[in-house]
Design a protein around this ligand. Sequence first.
Ligand code: AQP
Length: 329
Amino acid sequence: MGEQKKRVLSGIQPSGQLCISNYIGALKNWIKLQDEYECIYLIVDLHSLTVEQKPADLRQRCYSYVAQYLACGIDPERSLVVIQSHVPEHAELTWILNTITYMGELNRMTQFKDKSKNAKNINAGLYTYPILMASDILLYQADLVPVGADQKQHLELSRNLAERFNQRYSPTFTVPEPYIPKSSGRIMSLQNPDNKMSKSDENENNFIALLDDEDTIIRKVKRAVTDSGSEIVFSDDKPGLKNLITLYSCYSDLSPKDIENKYVGKMYSDFKQDLGELIAESLKPIRIRYEEIISEKDYLSKILSEGSDKASYLARRTLSKVYRKIGLV
Ligand code: AQP
C-alpha cells in the first residue's frame, strides 16, 4: 500500500468578488498542491459573517466561488470542495476550543486590531475568528496549511491549541505546519499601493476581479496609480509601478529585471496596455469555464454534497474523539 498522502487545508471567505490577489496568493498554489497532497478547500461562509452580509448576495456568492474554484483548476475528482456551514462540526469544535483559548492570546492578534480599527460592527465573531479558523484546520487533522504572511499568527494559535489539547488530554490533533509558498508576495491595491488588494474593497478600481471582462481589466490597469516619472523600474520608491511589475511577472515568465529591460525607452502607457492585455488574456479561459460551470446547478450541488459528505465523515471522527476525551456523555 502506498504511503498516506499528507493533508492540506485552506479556505477563502465569500466576501466580495474573488480577485487576482486571491488567485496569486492562494488559488494558484492550491491547484499545484493537488498533485502531491490530499486537499480540502473550503468556502468559509461562517467567517464571512463577521462582516455584515446581504443574505441573497452571500448565497449567490457561495455558488459563484465554488464555480470559480473549479474554473481556476481545483479538481473535484482529487480535492474536496466544501462550504464550511455544511459541516456543523466546525461550529461545534469552535466552542470546545473557545474554552481552552486565553483572552490574552486573542488580544494579541494583529488582524483583529487592524480590522476593528475601521469596522462599523466590531462583533465578538471578529474577535474569536482565529478560533473558528483553528477548528477548520484541526477538525480535518490537516498537516499543511497554505497561508499568506498575514495569517501566520492565526496558524500559530491553531498549533498552540492543538498542542495544549493534546497535552491536557492525550494526542488527538495533528499539529499543523504552515505552508508558505516561495512567491508569497502581497499584491497591492491598484489605486492605493500602500494597502493590499482586497476582494471586499468598496472601490472596484482597486482590484481586478477574476470575472472582470477584457475592457474592464484594461481600463483598471490604465487607471492604476503610478507616479509622475517615466522610467519603468522596479523600486520601492515607486510602489504603484512596482506592484504592476509584480503583476506582470506573475502573469508572464519574466522576472522584474527582464521586464525593466523589455520596457527601456518605452512609456508607462505602453507598459500598462500590455499588462492589461496580458491579464485579460490569462483570465479569459477562467471566465469562459466559469460561465459553463455556473449554469450547471445540478453539477455544482453534486460536488458540494459529495464534498460535505466526505468532510463530515472526517469531522465527525475528530469531534467524537474530542467529546469522549473531555468527558461529554
Ligand atoms: N493582496 C494579497 N496578496 C496576496 N495574497 C492575498 N490574499 C488576500 N489578499 C492578498 C490571499 O487570498 C486568500 C483569501 O483569504 P480570505 O478570504 O480569508 O481573506 P483575506 O486574506 O482577508 O483576503 P481579502 O481579499 O483581503 O478579503 P477581504 O477583503 O474579504 O478581507 C488568503 O490565502 C490570502 O493570503
